[in-house]
Design a protein around this ligand. Structure first.
Ligand code: KIV
Length: 268
């Protein structure tokens, strides 16, 4: 069977221009990356949400660059077609443009990801410009920025007020000018996300940002219903895997304890 054609920055640009929507999900290992790739997901993000989903942390702040590299390597091994994007974790890009550039280079070289993502706007423009000039595709991330959670004191939507909305618009244009190929808009009013999307030539991918973005992304564990106690209104659950996994593990334990597993056919 012939290999599927890899999704690139150009593919995403053409999708925007042709009005085709981009489907994105997070993944943190080869098995899920492979499943989502087979399902036709266009962009697979190895998000710093790995901190919440895999590592059990409350915030994304403690993820290290080495951990992102470890998980991204696993995902790229499982993915043939989708663009794999790796998140630049907290403090891997904020110190200086030099630092950001070096760390993004490490991700690209060691993981074979197709792009990096970083949170923030005008404070990152030098770094974004240098990465882009060196051939590293950069995805921006505006609106709610979970790495700044302690500064803002919560996960409320961003851009509801005039000044904040204006800043998101200005940052989006700045990122585009600096060379970003795409921007994630997290938890911003649908009307603002649509205006940003229409004012940019590069695609936007929304999470809690309404249907007017060029694409949508969800954290896969939310989409599959694995996260039981996390119910923000922007999540649509397409499965109830937490309940199904609980039932399956319960049945397995019962079978083991009753001597019903393994059977003769399952033995050598
Ligand atoms: O880390 C992550 O999963 C993300 C998405 C929510 C966009 O940044």
């Amino acid at each position: 069977m012939s290999k599927a054609k890899r999704v690139t920055t150009r593919t995403l640009q053409e999708m925007k221009e042709g009005g085709a929507r981009i489907a994105a999900l997070t993944a943190y290992d080869a098995i899920m990356g492979n499943l989502f790739d087979r399902a036709g997901i266009d962009v697979i993000l190895v998000g710093d949400s790995v901190a919440n989903v895999v590592q059990g942390h409350e915030t994304t702040l403690s993820v290290t660059l080495d951990e992102i590299i470890y998980h991204t390597k696993a995902v790229t091994r499982g993915v043939e077609r989708a663009m794999v994007v790796a998140d630049l974790p907290f403090m891997s890009f904020q110190i200086s443009a030099d630092d950001a550039f070096r760390n993004a280079g490490r991700i690209m070289k060691e993981t074979l990801a197709g792009a990096v993502k970083l949170e923030g706007g005008k404070e990152n423009l030098e770094a974004v410009g240098r990465m882009t000039a060196a051939g590293i595709p950069v995805m921006g991330h505006l609106g709610l920025q979970p790495q700044s959670i302690h500064l803002y004191g919560g996960y409320r939507p961003r851009g509801k007020k005039g000044e904040e909305a204006e800043k998101i618009m200005v940052d989006a244009k700045g990122l585009q000018e600096a060379g970003a190929f795409c921007i994630v808009l997290e938890k911003v009013p649908a009307e603002l996300a649509q205006r940003v999307t229409e004012s940019l030539t590069i695609p936007t991918i929304g999470i809690g940002a309404g249907v007017g973005c060029d694409g949508q992304i969800l954290v896969y564990a939310d989409m599959l219903g694995l996260t039981i106690d996390f119910n923000p209104r922007f999540v649509r659950r397409y499965e109830s895997f937490a309940e199904r996994a609980l039932d399956a593990a319960n049945q397995y334990a019962t079978d083991v304890k009753n001597g019903m597993f393994p059977s003769e056919e399952e033995s050598y």
